[in-house]
Design a protein around this ligand. Structure first.
Ligand SMILES: [Zn+2]
Length: 270
């Protein structure tokens, strides 16, 4: 019995190891599948929500919910266009505004999006928020968090997922997620996404934004504000994981025409 279970897991690892990510078109070198990753992700997310103050009912909270819903619909429309709608089957989307001074936002695997109130002065408006949420959702869709984890960490997450139903909270699992997804400075050292992951998330994010009915040109204004923020009062959390320099902004500009063209092919949500 145990031998069968282990060989089953080994086979699953082989299959997952060769899977092509539908949004990036690249082979995912992940050691855990979404069905293994999501239970741990949802558990860590629930814990975060229970330990932090979620803002509800305000204009800002309603805007986070509304923009999140539009980005979710855009992701579904885009994946359907790519013939990969099933990729989002196990997603359990949520969009929460959390009371926290940090300039930060993230999306955990399976569509759990958290925006910190501290980033709202930088997003400033709906399209600024769409820029951040579209970008973070793109990291999740492309499985970039998993790529930031080491093989050993991924195996640990896989093990945690297998035992998630019975085990309580796991400190080490929590720390791995915190570092991989940029949950907050109090939990551990933030690892920046690689330049190629950032470019990928920018590209997909601009496309989602455009499909959701926003103008991707507005993304430039947001990243410029974020870039200006870095000198003022220490480096914001979001900046340490998302360096917004001149190279990045120039690259964003070059990606906009293709994002707009793709959105027209996929169909823009009105
Ligand atoms: Zn990013």
């Amino acid at each position: 019995m145990k031998k069968h279970l282990l060989s089953g897991i080994f086979a699953a690892v082989l299959v997952v190891g060769c899977a092509t990510n539908p949004v990036t078109g690249k082979k995912n070198l992940n050691f855990v599948s979404n069905s293994e990753l999501f239970p741990s992700s949802f558990q860590q997310y629930s814990q975060f929500i229970s330990e932090n103050k979620v803002i509800t009912g305000t204009a800002d909270a309603k805007l986070v919910e509304a923009v999140g819903l539009k980005i979710k619909k855009a992701a579904e429309k885009y994946l359907t266009y790519l013939g990969q709608a099933q990729y989002l089957t196990d997603y359990r989307w949520e969009y929460k505004l959390v009371d926290n001074k940090e300039v930060n936002a993230w999306c955990m695997p399976g569509g759990k999006i958290v925006v910190y109130s501290g980033i709202l002065p930088v997003t400033q408006n709906e399209s600024g928020l769409a820029t951040v949420m579209g970008h973070e959702v793109s990291h999740a869709l492309a499985n970039h968090g998993a790529q930031r984890m080491s093989a050993a960490q991924l195996q640990q997450i896989g093990g945690a997922a297998l035992g998630a139903a019975t085990s309580g909270k796991s400190e080490s699992t929590q720390q791995i997620f915190a570092q991989a997804y940029g949950l907050g400075s109090e939990v551990g050292v933030m690892l920046p996404f690689s330049r190629s992951n950032e470019t990928e998330a920018d590209k997909i994010g601009l496309t989602l934004m455009a499909i959701a009915g926003y103008n991707p040109d507005d993304a430039i204004a947001f990243w410029s504000r974020m870039s200006a923020k870095s000198g003022a009062s220490g480096t914001p959390e979001f900046m340490s994981t998302h360096p917004a320099d001149a190279t990045r902004i120039a690259n964003l500009k070059s990606l906009i025409p293709e994002a707009k063209a793709t959105a027209l092919k996929v169909g823009v949500i009105r």
